[in-house]
Write a protein that binds this ligand. Structure first.
Ligand code: ATP
Ligand code: MG
Length: 201
């Protein structure tokens, strides 16, 4: 599951858990992006903070792991490079699914080497408030033409939570409790993340 995770929240966690349970996945690997190519020009928090928060959020789930693959790789974090990396890391024959939310998935064909990527792994696309399942399936039709794997859509409990909104709330002194795990909330307050002069990358 790729993402900026700035910060990770219950929308990410519920998506990962629903996908894991529904498709009997052995493991969900959260991969915080190093330099997200689709967020060019947008300030994001340091990789270390995003990695730490993702570890804190996932530590209690034995099926969840966090990878530094994209954080440790120089240059833009392209999904194709990450999937190729996992293809060589995991045992031969391991089936890999890229888990993503609807907003990211509708843009799949604009991703670097998208047609090759669709031949390397399957996709599990989660619904997200603002994207109807019908609309989503329509958007994925073209991607399916190039895919040699399965592209599933999965209905997850609608949580209208976004990292953008959480960052705004912290900045404006509004509560973030119940939007993300308590230990991640504590990390944000302890480090001063999302306060105006703290976003550094
Ligand atoms: P930002 O507002 O900074 O873009 P975000 O909340 O969209 O943050 P990302 O790190 O961009 O979080 O998202 C990582 C992945 O998780 C994406 O595929 C995204 O679609 C998915 N996702 C994020 N929030 C939700 C949610 N509430 N429900 C379902 N999927 C989500
Ligand atoms: Mg996003």
């Amino acid at each position: 599951m790729g993402g900026t995770f700035d910060p990770v929240h219950y929308g990410h966690l519920v998506t990962a858990e629903v996908a894991r349970a529904k498709f009997l996945l052995d493991l969900v690997v959260f991969v915080p992006a190093g330099i997200p190519p689709h967020k060019k020009g947008i300030k994001i928090s340091q990789g270390t903070d995003r990695y730490m928060m993702t570890v804190l959020a996932t530590v209690s789930n034995p099926f969840f792991k966090v990878s530094r693959a994209e954080l440790d790789r120089p240059g833009p974090s392209y999904a194709i490079d990450t999937v190729e990396y996992f293809c060589t890391t995991f045992d031969k024959g391991t089936e890999i699914f890229f888990i993503t939310g609807a907003d990211a998935a509708v843009e799949i064909l604009t991703w670097k080497d998208a047609k090759d990527l669709l031949k390397k792994c399957g996709f599990i696309v989660a619904t997200r408030p603002g994207y109807s399942t019908g609309e989503l399936k329509g958007h994925l039709k073209e991607a399916k033409l190039y895919s040699t794997h399965c592209i599933y859509t999965v209905e997850v409990p609608a949580l209208a939570i976004s990292s953008t909104d959480i960052r705004r709330r912290v900045k404006q002194g509004e509560p973030i409790r119940y939007l993300l795990p308590r230990n991640v909330e504590n990390y944000i307050y302890k480090t001063g993340l999302y306060c105006p002069n703290k976003i550094t990358e």
